[in-house]
Design a protein around this ligand. Structure first.
Ligand SMILES: [Zn+2]
Length: 375
């Protein structure tokens, strides 16, 4: 079912979401289950509520000399619902062996709009204004459709992965049937098939984050990958709501270690002398994407996102912060949560409360993208 979107332009796509990985055993429960084992084309029907168990360690022989994942089985119920790990899911399950065959992954094939309906409660909150949820629905649908169409997961694996997305922080979280509420189902189906395309009409990833802290960032300002049509836009809307402002102190020794690392990675504006003693900060403010230093009296520029990449998301919850020199180190004051690229969820929340429509919200954060209904 991978990548069906390209071929069936009128039908809503089915997205394959990996909901469990590297499992030794898998138990699937459902009513009147139908199980299809693909390696010997064996069908079995179960009557009433039953649990089907897969002992994943026993399939090593199937994978011998192949070193690629194998689609082992599919499971369906006429009710359209299946349980795994005490969580109910809509759609069908696929059981896939790991490349070496010593464990399995479980994948949920789910219609896109149902996937989005459950995702909204995890990535936002079902009590949020519906126009904010709709904006998030369009962003998450675009992200998912891009993953499907580009077959990115399979490309990274080097063979067919049988899934498009993981339900995890790595991609986006969603899929459980009972997470969806009337409001999130409404937000998903009211925007059915709608995605944001680049100004040139291309389907590319749409990013979102919890709170930008005053201004969103372009992908190249954070990850160095250039993405067409992205703009850095002002977002005074998220000030004072959601995640609290943060501050940290970082000692001079750690800053010096950072500079050595950044120098090795060629992330400084110029090469650094191996032996340096004085580090002086040029006065900084939160609106700047870069920090200027003098090291041994020579000027250097480094991007703030590089500091976050090195020190991590716990020390730097966002890319929106200012540095201040203190005796023995640096004081860092920041606002926001997340990478800051694309849709600011707290900003969307505030704007929806003010009566903005999802189209107006999306047009603010993605001024050069175009909203399009794909199916
Ligand atoms: Zn914001």
């Amino acid at each position: 079912m991978l990548g069906t979107f390209e071929n069936v332009s009128a039908a809503a796509p089915v997205v394959s979401v990996r909901i469990g990985k590297s499992l030794r055993a898998i138990n699937v429960t459902g009513l009147d289950l139908k199980r299809h084992l693909l390696f010997n084309d064996d069908y079995k029907s179960y009557t009433g509520k039953q649990t089907v168990k897969f002992n994943c360690e026993t399939y090593t022989t199937l994978n011998k000399h192949r070193n690629t994942p194998i689609l082992l089985a599919t499971l369906e119920s006429p009710t359209g619902l299946l349980s795994y790990g005490n969580i109910k899911y809509k759609g069908l399950f696929k059981v896939v062996t790991s490349p070496r065959g010593d464990s399995c992954d479980i994948i949920n094939d789910i219609p896109m709009e149902d996937y989005i309906s459950s995702l909204l409660t995890k990535e936002m909150n079902s009590t949020w204004p519906v126009e904010a949820l709709k904006a998030q629905a369009v962003a998450a649908r675009t992200y998912a459709l891009h993953k499907m169409q580009s077959q990115q997961v399979s490309k990274e694996l080097g063979s067919e992965a049988f899934y498009d997305l993981e339900s995890s922080e790595k991609h986006q979280v969603g899929g459980a049937f009972f997470d969806a509420t009337d409001t999130t189902i409404n937000a998903s189906y009211a925007t059915k098939g709608e995605v944001l395309l680049t100004g040139e009409g291309k389907l590319r990833p749409i990013f979102f984050h919890a709170k930008c802290g005053g201004r969103t960032l372009r992908p190249d300002q954070v990850w160095h990958n250039k993405e067409e049509s992205y703009q850095s836009v002002n977002c005074p809307f998220c000030h004072g709501i959601g995640p609290k402002n943060w501050s940290r102190v970082i000692g001079l020794d750690r800053i010096k270690t950072f500079f050595r690392w950044a120098n090795n990675q060629k992330l400084l504006s110029g090469p650094l002398e191996s032996d340096f003693s004085s580090v002086v900060l040029v006065p900084d403010n939160i609106d700047r994407f870069t920090v200027n230093f003098y090291i041994n009296d020579r000027p250097y520029i480094v991007e703030k996102a590089v500091l976050r990449r090195y020190f991590g998301n716990v020390v730097f919850p966002s890319n929106s912060f200012s540095l201040e020199m203190r005796s023995g180190g640096f004081m860092i004051n920041g606002e926001g949560l997340g990478h800051g690229v694309g849709l600011c969820q707290m900003g969307a929340f505030a704007l929806a409360k003010q009566g903005w429509s999802y189209k107006k919200i999306l047009a603010h954060y993605f001024p050069d993208h175009v909203l399009k209904k794909m199916y």
